[in-house]
Design a protein around this ligand. Structure first.
Ligand code: DCP
Length: 558
């Protein structure tokens, strides 16, 4: 559910930086002879030349699109170079792209608070840097301004096509400009410098949006690509938002956007402007109503989170068409691969960043052969995460079994046949700093194991006889946030470094909201002390029982 946050100050300077055709650039850096050549990266699946997941701008000029397969791209652009994503464990291995994204993040983080939003996009809060620049160097006194800044697109600024750079220079250095526009101008200068720095140090180009909040910066970053930046002045906000299709807005791609269309006849953001905040609150509740009212006006108080590392880790694969997994053994075989990869990444995160994840979630897409209820989603399931590939696998298999039982409406472990899994992924979320020091980390995990063991005991107590993993120790939520990468394969996870940045954002939000929407969850959380003392189990049991009464469909065993 969207959260309405008041704007803390309309003088914030926020940038959204998005890498251009990212995987292609990474491959071109690795193979320099591809630079300047029409290039695309294809999935690990040779069917019809593999699905395209990234298309370079030279190939786009010839009409190549991401929705094509390699064979079709070759027809449209015979000279195209198709590079296959690296492969490990029978699936795409995105490590080089993730690492390349980290290189960029470390440069962008030099000027302000930085939030890594996906494998190739970052938000920056440059308010302090812009204010400092403005204090130290009044813009009207600037003698030389870098070409990269002068190439900026300033929304709402009318250009006559003759000397656009001069017009932008005048806008940047206007003595009588509003303070907020002056800060934006400083933001544009800082972002241009950062983008040049990224180019120098990594060889990658990126595009950016500079605005007073995250929502507007994100909308702008993709407006002029590649290797350009767009500035959203306050005066341009209305014109920018009004024509946008409502379903294209972040958080409005799903049910809420559909309801606006069908129930209120709202198809563009401009259509939303006719509704008062009160009216929207009456229909959608106080929070969502206010959020919608704000969104229509370009108001968003979302903060840039200081986070250079991903919010979650995930590993997944699709099994299109005849490749669908039709037996528990086949699912287990793939879960083993996915859990090993996830576990390696968790271990690396622990060693490198001293972070631990708390929640393991299994997502899948599945069908029933005799499906009378084809709209029924395969439920996603979560449980506390235990470290170690074997444990992650064991828990994932249990989660899968529980989800499959629920999906098929079965009380016992379902038999093979009559169903197929087309998409499978495991993810680790709720990542927090680990207690410092190896010693306490070890203790942390021992505590975690004891905690887990006790939760299993209590499960048995609450679960139906035949249920190894009853809903009482799993969380169930809609799998609607899952991504199906079409007939290809590769990553389909809620990882911030997943394949599709938009999907990723949705997925992260969906998962976060599912995880946090269980209002009882904090009550179920055991403190470190509780976990380590003898009364821990009783305390946990008491909390669990108390909470179980309040929860009808599912509950956590935190
Ligand atoms: N990606 C993917 N599958 C998708 C979408 C994206 O594997 N369905 C990967 C490849 C992209 C990277 O994620 O290079 C970033 O995705 P973007 O949507 O940002 O697209 P690009 O960076 O490729 O291009 P653009 O310059 O349009 O942002």
């Amino acid at each position: 559910m969207p959260v309405a946050r008041p704007e803390t100050s309309d003088s914030r300077i926020i940038a959204h930086v998005d890498m251009d055709c990212f995987y292609v650039q990474v491959e071109q850096r690795k193979q320099p002879h591809l630079k300047g050549q029409p290039t695309a990266v294809v999935q690990y699946n040779s069917w019809k030349g593999g699905g395209l997941i990234a298309v370079g701008y030279e190939a786009r000029k010839d009409g190549v699109k991401r929705s094509m397969r390699g064979d079709e791209a070759k027809k449209v652009c015979p000279q195209i170079h198709l590079v296959q994503v690296p492969v490990a464990r029978g699936k795409a291995d995105l490590t080089i792209y993730r690492n390349a994204g980290s290189e960029v993040v470390s440069i962008l983080a030099r000027k302000g608070r930085c939030e890594r939003a996906s494998i190739d996009e970052v938000y920056l809060d440059l308010t302090d840097a812009a204010e400092t620049m403005l204090k130290e160097t009044p813009l009207e006194t600037l003698e030389s301004i870098d070409e990269e800044v002068l190439k900026s697109h300033v929304l709402g600024l009318s250009l006559n096509g003759n000397d656009d750079r001069e017009t932008v220079r005048e806008w940047l250095t206007r003595r009588d400009a509003d303070h907020r526009d002056k800060l934006l101008a400083c933001g544009a200068i800082i972002v241009a410098e950062l983008r040049l720095q990224v180019l120098r140090e990594t060889e990658f180009t990126c595009s950016a949006g500079v605005a007073h909040n995250k929502m507007l910066a994100k909308l702008a970053s993709g407006m002029n690509k590649p290797a350009q930046q767009t500035i959203v002045t306050l005066a341009s906000v209305k014109g920018l938002l009004e024509p946008l299709p409502i379903k294209k807005m972040k958080q409005l791609g799903g049910k809420l956007g559909s309801s606006l269309q069908t129930d209120l006849g709202v198809n563009t953001v401009g259509d939303l402007l006719q509704f008062s905040e009160q009216k929207l609150q009456d229909i959608y509740g106080a929070n969502t109503g206010t959020w919608l009212w704000n969104t229509a006006r370009g108001i968003s108080g979302d903060e840039v989170e200081g986070r250079l590392l991903p919010k979650s880790h995930g590993s997944g694969k699709t099994f299109p068409g005849v490749q669908a997994l039709k037996s528990v053994a086949a699912v287990e075989k793939w879960l083993k691969e996915l859990c090993e990869e996830l576990s390696e990444r968790l271990q690396l995160d622990l060693e490198t960043n001293k972070r631990v994840a708390h929640t393991l979630t299994l997502h899948a897409n599945a069908y029933k052969s005799t499906d009378t209820d084809s709209l029924k989603k395969f439920p996603s399931k979560s449980c506390p995460l235990r470290y170690g590939a074997g444990k992650v696998l064991e828990d994932s298999v249990n989660l899968f079994q529980a989800a499959l039982r629920e999906f098929l409406g079965s009380y016992t472990n379902p038999v093979d046949g009559g169903w197929g899994v087309t998409n499978l992924s495991v993810s680790a979320s709720k990542i927090v700093a680990a207690p410092s020091g190896t010693c306490s980390i070890t203790r942390y995990f021992h505590g975690q194991d004891r905690f887990h063991a006790s939760s299993e005991q209590s499960d048995k107590k609450f679960a139906p006889e035949s249920d190894n993993l009853s809903p009482s120790r799993t969380e169930s939520h809609s799998a609607s946030h899952q991504t199906d990468c079409g007939e290809g394969q590769t990553q389909i996870t809620p990882d911030t470094s997943s394949l599709d940045q938009y999907e990723t954002a949705c997925k992260d939000e969906a998962i976060e909201s599912c995880l946090t929407s269980t209002h009882h969850e904090p009550q179920l959380r055991l403190s470190e002390k509780e976990r380590n003392n003898n009364d821990g189990k009783r305390s946990y049991e008491q909390k669990r029982k108390a909470t179980q009464e309040k929860v009808s469909s599912f509950c956590w065993d935190f």
